[in-house]
Design a protein around this ligand. Sequence first.
Ligand SMILES: Cc1cc2nc3c(=O)[nH]c(=O)nc-3n(C[C@H](O)[C@H](O)[C@H](O)COP(=O)(O)OP(=O)(O)OC[C@H]3O[C@@H](n4cnc5c(N)ncnc54)[C@H](O)[C@@H]3O)c2cc1C
Length: 462
Amino acid sequence: MTTAQESSSLGLQRSRPRVVIVGGGFGGIYAARRLRGVDVDVTLLDRGTSHVFQPLLYQCATGLLSEGEISSPLRHLLRGVRNVHVALGEAQGIDAVGRVLTASRFDGSTFELPYDYLIVAAGMRQAYHGHDEYIQWAPGMKTLDDALAIRRKLICAFEMAESLPTAEERRPWLTFAVAGGGPTGVELAGQIRELAMHALANEFQSIDPCEARVLLFHGGDRVLQSFNRKLSAAAQRTLDKVGVETHLGVHVTDVCETSIETTAKNAARTKKRYGARTVLWTAGVEAVPFAAALANALGVKQIQGGRIAVEPDLTVPGHPNVWVIGDLMSLNDLPGVAEVAMQGGRHVGGCIARTIEGGTPDRKPFKYRDLGSAAYIARRHALLQAGPIRMSGFLGWVSWGAIHIAFLAGYRNRFGTLLNWAVTLASRTRRERAITYGDPESARQPYTDLTTESIAVTRPER
Ligand SMILES: Cc1cc2nc3c(=O)[nH]c(=O)nc-3n(C[C@H](O)[C@H](O)[C@H](O)COP(=O)(O)OP(=O)(O)OC[C@H]3O[C@@H](n4cnc5c(N)ncnc54)[C@H](O)[C@@H]3O)c2cc1C
């Protein structure tokens, strides 16, 4: 099939300028929406079918919310935007001279998308800092697959512990280690303790889930370093209160099937090994693989974890028709948060719209309005930092909830999530805990096959 035929099969009219957006995350969606009604044909390409609300991934991972509540099908989200077409595929590379993007389908075949304007909003993935061998034991927290893999690990760990006869055998199954004391690590650690203390507390006969140890390892001298010291201290007090054991000033230096090793960052370099069958990794991010192909084709270098440096108007230097936005761009140390991606998407959509309408390129610089940041710590405790406003505890928690509901895509998800939170608060239960058999992932996770003889149905000592 020729490129022209491919284009027409995607519903594009060749007469109008073509915009291709790579990534249906926050940046991509906001760019596509800003181009509604503009005289261009837009193709939004994503390797998945849904826009994922990453800020609530950890609630999906810990059985509070379903994957459907934190994601929305891209086709549904953009159904009313008539000049935007959604394409499923993974961007592989571009021909910067011919202005053609190549993408692959699920079956490995490839297709081409010609463009006049290219917006790349492909985000970041979890970084293992040269230790990709950890991935098999320590899933990260960037995608729905990650959240579901973590959920499987958590639920299976409690089930395994329940089935083992001695306290010594159960201990590593009831020890959960989280690497990284940023917002994701803190949220995950707090949620695992809540899962153990509330949702699972009265559901097991042999184990007491409340005995679950949650270890949080962080290289810095305080958790949540992007928040001010007072807020981070308040978060630490709450973590202590809910029973998360925080270890600061350490690097994780080994992860295997049964344990995790840390090394102190101080001169003593003391090593410690903890028996833990569940290790979760939130310690850093790096660019998705497509960024390398893009940088290569555009003749630019990747910096800061593989990000691509952009001009003040978010274009790639020397390529006025290619923009990189969101987590993948590097500009003035802007943080990798949803607001930067959303505002970037709107900005670029606006630049293209004005270029089309005015007939001359619009190179307006991007101005970021910092609306603040928030982090959930535990029930009735969250942090909010916005300009001079600093909130923690209950007020922070209410504000955190309101912000997250406001930014969730779609009324159905907002209503469903609110209802789920209310029921969980009142009943302390979590219903998203179904673990299925026959998942391809199970081949990589030896303890997930609960049908084997390895699970003795005994009444172990407490
Ligand atoms: C667990 C977690 C919690 C967070 N909490 C917060 C928070 O509380 N507040 C906040 O402001 N921010 C938070 N963030 C950060 C926020 O989610 C990101 O800053 C934001 O998602 C970045 O948007 P983006 O559009 O750049 O990338 P993403 O939202 O990551 O979207 C990238 C998209 O590109 C697609 N993609 C990648 N490669 C390809 C390819 N080759 N071809 C096609 N498609 C591709 C992906 O499938 C994805 O849909 C959190 C992030 C995580 C992981």
